[in-house]
Design a protein. Structure first.
Length: 64
């Protein structure tokens, strides 16, 4: 759960930075956020969650 909250926070900050840098206008950013919100309520959500979790686990196993 902590990972998903952190990922949401990072992605939210990224959206704000992109809007302020005028790389993305607010309208398309809102559409993307709504797309993600509605995608989370589909049957694909568990697969996406597993994919993101496995990528995070892979990154966490990298030793420097």
């Amino acid at each position: 759960m902590a990972l998903s909250i952190s990922l949401v926070l990072v992605l939210g900050i990224l959206v704000v930075v992109l809007i302020r840098a005028k790389s993305v206008k607010p309208g398309p950013a809102i559409v993307c956020v709504l797309f993600g919100f509605f995608l989370a309520s589909t049957s694909m959500a568990p697969n996406i969650n597993r994919f993101v979790t496995s990528i995070a686990d892979m990154i966490g196993q990298i030793r420097f």
